[in-house]
Each structure stands twice: as structure tokens, then as C-alpha cells.
Design a binder for this molecule. Structure first.
Ligand code: ADP
Length: 555
């Protein structure tokens, strides 16, 4: 029944909904329970999830004058709670009314007794709900007239499930909240969240009974499924030792059962029938004969392979998010510098221009500086706008056939006249195959922008030497475009990083080359939008070649 409850809860889209399902599912099966959250600062417990039917809740309220929701119990009021929270014990309580008496001491004991009796919940088992750091954050209490000491392991297993569920749920809620904020940049988080949801549908508790001599006496279907076998019969014919990658592990389990009588939340590796390793959480207790000899190991396994894997993925996604937010901060610091430099030049030289005693040459030179600074500023703003357009998915691609030769000639003319190119005396060459004409179907404006970004970088990062650009026809008839320079090059450790937003080879503010680190990110995004790929080959101090392909569409 408890397994089924978790399968249903998996459908919840948030904590609130999960509570409703929890309550309904347990009530359907007449299981009364409460999960108290332990509030550390105030040392009180408050009911968090519970499954009592409305009639019980109403009668409780009528008798005590308190609604169940508003119940705050101080930890000290009941010694048992202390034991559970501080010593992580699980406690069987034969008479719930005694416990309740301590909380509502103004009600006569006999009224409580008869109330509890009429509900059919005389006994209870209280188990700690433990988080990943092995700390107790709540108490799960199951009530029924039919409970005995022997139900303790089941309640422990349920408390463990609940703990997993709540932690993941909470984590997911958290993700969802942050996710709204981070949505645009970290689409990865979404996949992790989705995968988290499948996780619950695959997790079931597998139960088994085995002997120290190495025989399975019984197991449930979930156990068979978790280990990838076809039938219970197959399992019963198996030597349990075969399930362990290391036989010593099984020995250790029996030793700790002998010593501590039980195993709680121990992580183990097991081998499935197909040879794949899985990671399980084991809870077990021993059964002993009259001489106190251990005769049976009764255990519950919970497959946490996926949980482990998703945990890793989530951590990666989280790190990425953090990295991104760190980069944004760096970007803002960097940006104000990048914007202020040309702006200061514009302001300063405009002021100087007002001086009437300037010679015509001086005037011309100042105006030139203002113009270059204005252009620089325009480029920066253009890039910021472009990246935000890309992030918002607002770039429209207009594919049309056009002729490549005039296209390249246009770019070539632009750069041959570029002031930085002439100042640095860079050699610029256009390399295109000898062809009469070559049509291509793609977005002309975007292709132009891609070349501009790559050529601007080639010009910027080449103090002297040559720049070649153009295209080659490669084996399958598609085109490979390239921009090659003999500049400062890029260290092998940075070849991948420079394509990321706000990333520069040198991210410090004292770097030699100005820039905001968006050009290559935009370039790669645009190439992806056009259906292509970009790569770079580079040797420090020798130069770099950026290559990119576009899908071949014959015209
Ligand atoms: P920006 O040039 O504004 O810093 P980009 O995204 O265009 O930003 O480039 C990112 C980084 O990649 C640059 O800071 C530089 O370190 C490196 N880079 C790009 N192109 C070249 C090149 N042709 N030669 C050497 N390094 C380059």
C-alpha cells in the first residue's frame, strides 16, 4: 500500500498537491498517519502531512478546542520525541492516548482513551525522518489497532521513502522557482527536473528474506524488477552472494545485523541480471532463534541509481547556473568599463572641439576620434542587443538564394578599407575556389554578420601579418567557410571556453585587449540557427583558423 502511495504522489506537481494525494491515498486504505516537521529553533513539532479523515479531525477539534493543523507540540513534552530526534530511535507505542494526554493535559484520560479507541488507532509506531546529512528533520507516526513491534522496519522504510520524496519535491519546488528566473539561460535544468519526475515512477521498495547460509526464502515483485530478473522463481534459485560485486559486502551486512540488530539507510552496490551495477538503499533487520543466533535477514531495498545519477546532473546544472551568474556579474563590471571608455572619449573630445583656437588638422583629428569611439560604442550596444534577441528567440532567419562571389567581394572591400587594418598594415586576402558563380541558400545578412564578427576578431587579435578568409568545397559538395589569421592565437585550454558568453581568454579587467566577450557566442548561435557548426584550430603566437560549415542546399 505504501509503495502505491508513492507512485501516486509522483504525479503531484507541487508540495501542496502531494499532500492531498498522500492524504487521499492513505485514507482510501484506512491508514492513519501523521508526519511532524521538527522545527529546530523552537524545538517544536508541527503536523505537516497527515491522513486522518475529516470526522476524526472534527471530533479532535470538538474535544480539544484545537484544530489539528494548528497543533504545536514542544519536543520536551514527550520523552519519546526526544529519543527519536536525538537518538534516531523508532518507537512502538502501545497506547496513543497516553502520548496525547501530555499534549492536551486538560482533557480527562478516559475521554481521550475512548476517543482514540473509537478511531481504531490505539497503537503507533514513530520513526525519525532523516535527511541526507543524517539529521532528523521530522517524525513519521503510523497509527493502527493492528500494529505490532514487527511492523517497525516497514515504518522505517516508509519514513525513508517520505524523506526522499520530500527532499526531492522541495528541491524541485526550489528549482521551479529559480527556474523561472533562469529559464532562458539554463534549459538544462528543465531536463533534469523532468528526469526527476520519471525517477519516482521507477522506484519501488524491493523486499526480501534471506538466510546467512546464502538462500533467498522470499521476495516481492519489486525486488525481482529492481534486479532485472524475470520471476521470483529465478531469484529463489539464486545465491544472494551473486548479487554483490564484492562478496565481502554481504558478509559485512550479516555482521552488522548480528551486532546492531538492524541496518538503516545503508547504500550498497548490487549487480543486476544483465550485469549492470545498481545503487540501492538498504534497510534490514534480523530474525534470531531461541539461542539468539541470526537466522534470517529481512530487508528492503530502494533503487537509488537514478537518484544518484540525477543528483550528479543537478549539481552540474547548479554549477552551471552559478557560473553563469558569476559571469554576469563579471560582465556588468567589465561592461561599464567597455562602455565608459568610448563614451569618455566622445565627451572629452566634443568638449575640446569647442575651443575656437584649434587648427583645422586638430579639429579633424578630434572629430575622427569621436567618430571611431561612436562606432565602437555602437558595436558594443549592437552585440548586447543581438545576444538578448538570440536569448529571447527573436531572431528570424530569412533564407534566400544569393551569389557568393559578390557577397565576398563586398566583405573584402569593407575590410581592405578598414582603418585598423590600414593602420596595422595587415594583409587581407580573399580565398575562394575558381568558379564561375556559386549560389547559396541561406540568410545573407546573418552570414555577413558572422564574417564580420570573425574578421573583427582576426583584425583585433593580429598585431601584424596576414588574414585569409573565404570558403572551400569539401567532400560531400558542401562548403566550409574559414577565417584565418597569423595573430596571437589561443591556448588549447581556452579553445572551447571562448565560445561561451562573456568569456575571453583573459577575463581580468587589466587585460590587454578590450572587448565584452560576446562576439564568438553570437557567432556560434547564428551558425547554429543557420544549421551549421563552428570550430577553431589555433597555436599561441602563430595564429588561429575559425572554420564553419553550413548545410548544403543546391540551388
Ligand atoms: P571579445 O573579442 O569581445 O573579447 P569574442 O567573443 O569575440 O569577444 O572573443 C572571445 C575571446 O576569444 C577573445 O577575448 C579572445 O581571447 C579570443 N579570440 C577570439 N578570436 C580570436 C582570434 N582570432 N585570435 C586570438 N584570440 C581570439
Amino acid at each position: 500500500i505504501l509503495n502505491k502511495v508513492f507512485l501516486s504522489m509522483e504525479k503531484a506537481s507541487g508540495l501542496e498537491e502531494s499532500f492531498i494525494i498522500f492524504r487521499e491515498e492513505l485514507l482510501k486504505n484506512h491508514i492513519h498517519s501523521v508526519f511532524f516537521l521538527h522545527n529546530k529553533e523552537k524545538k517544536i513539532l508541527v503536523p505537516y502531512y497527515y491522513s486522518f479523515d475529516t470526522e476524526i479531525l472534527n471530533r479532535f477539534a470538538a474535544l480539544t478546542g484545537k484544530t489539528f493543523n494548528a497543533l504545536h507540540i514542544s519536543v520536551g513534552i514527550n520523552e519519546k520525541y526526544k529519543k527519536i530526534i536525538y537518538e534516531k530511535e523508532t518507537i512502538f507505542s502501545p497506547d496513543v492516548s497516553n502520548d496525547l494526554q501530555k499534549i492536551v493535559s486538560f482533557i480527562p484520560q478516559y475521554s481521550l482513551k475512548s476517543l482514540i479507541r473509537s478511531f481504531g488507532i490505539q497503537h503507533s509506531i514513530m520513526a525519525p525522518v532523516i535527511d541526507q546529512n543524517e539529521e532528523v528533520f521530522g517524525i513519521f507516526e503510523l497509527f493502527s489497532d493492528r500494529l505490532t513491534q514487527s511492523n517497525i522496519p516497514e515504518v522505517i522504510a516508509f519514513a525513508n521513502h517520505l524523506s526522499f520524496f520530500l527532499q526531492k519535491m522541495e528541491w524541485m519546488e526550489d528549482l521551479r522557482k529559480n527556474y523561472d528566473k533562469l529559464k532562458r539561460s539554463y534549459s538544462k535544468l528543465k531536463t533534469s527536473e523532468k528526469q526527476y519526475k520519471d525517477l519516482f515512477s521507477n522506484d519501488l521498495t524491493g523486499n526480501y528474506i534471506s538466510t546467512p547460509e546464502g538462500k533467498f526464502l522470499d521476495c516481492n515483485q519489486a525486488f525481482v524488477k529492481i534486479l532485472g530478473y524475470n520471476s521470483k522463481k529465478e531469484i529463489l534459485n539464486l545465491n544472494p552472494a551473486a548479487l554483490y560485486p564484492d562478496i565481502k559486502e554481504r558478509k559485512k551486512i550479516f555482521e552488522s545485523l548480528k551486532k546492531n540488530k538492524k541496518i538503516i539507510n545503508q547504500e550498497e552496490d548490487l549487480i543486476r541480471k544483465d550485469g549492470k551495477k545498481i545503487h540501492v538503499l538498504l534497510n534490514a533487520y534480523g530474525e534470531y532463534d531461541e539461542q539468539g543466533k541470526l537466522v534470517k535477514n529481512i530487508g528492503y531495498i530502494f533503487d537509488i541509481t537514478k537518484r544518484k545519477q540525477y543528483e550528479k546532473e543537478l549539481i552540474r546544472a547548479k554549477e552551471k547556473a552559478e557560473e553563469s551568474s558569476r559571469l554576469k556579474t563579471a560582465f556588468l563590471a567589465n561592461m561599464s568599463h567597455e562602455i565608459r571608455t568610448p563614451l569618455n572619449a566622445i565627451m572629452g573630445f566634443t568638449e575640446l572641439l569647442q575651443d575656437e583656437s584649434l587648427s583645422p588638422e586638430e579639429r579633424k583629428s578630434y572629430a575622427g576620434i569621436i567618430k571611431t569611439s561612436g562606432q565602437q560604442l555602437l558595436k558594443i550596444i549592437g552585440k548586447i542587443l543581438q545576444i538578448s534577441r538570440i536569448e529571447a528567440g527573436g531572431i528570424e532567419i530569412k533564407k534566400e538564394p544569393f551569389e557568393l562571389i559578390p557577397f565576398f567581394k563586398e566583405i573584402y572591400t569593407l575590410y581592405i578599407k578598414n582603418k585598423i587594418v590600414t593602420d596595422k598594415e595587415l594583409d587581407i586576402h580573399l580565398n575562394i575556389p575558381e568558379e564561375k558563380e556559386r549560389f547559396i541558400v541561406t540568410d545573407r545578412e546573418r552570414l555577413f554578420e558572422i564574417f564580420q564578427n570573425l574578421l573583427d576578431n582576426a583584425v583585433k587579435y593580429t598585431p601584424q601579418g596576414k588574414i585569409n578568409f573565404g570558403y572551400k568545397i569539401i567532400n560531400n559538395g558542401s562548403l566550409e567557410f574559414f577565417v584565418k589569421d597569423t595573430g596571437i592565437g589561443i591556448g588549447p585550454e581556452n579553445l572551447e571556453r571562448i565560445f561561451h558568453r562573456f568569456q575571453q581568454e583573459d577575463n581580468t579587467l587589466t587585460r590587454k585587449y578590450e572587448g565584452i566577450g560576446l562576439g564568438l557566442a553570437i557567432t556560434r548561435d547564428l551558425i547554429h540557427l543557420l544549421g551549421g557548426e563552428i570550430r577553431v584550430e589555433s597555436t599561441p603566437n602563430k595564429g588561429s583558423v575559425f572554420y564553419f560549415t553550413l548545410p548544403f542546399v543546391p540551388e
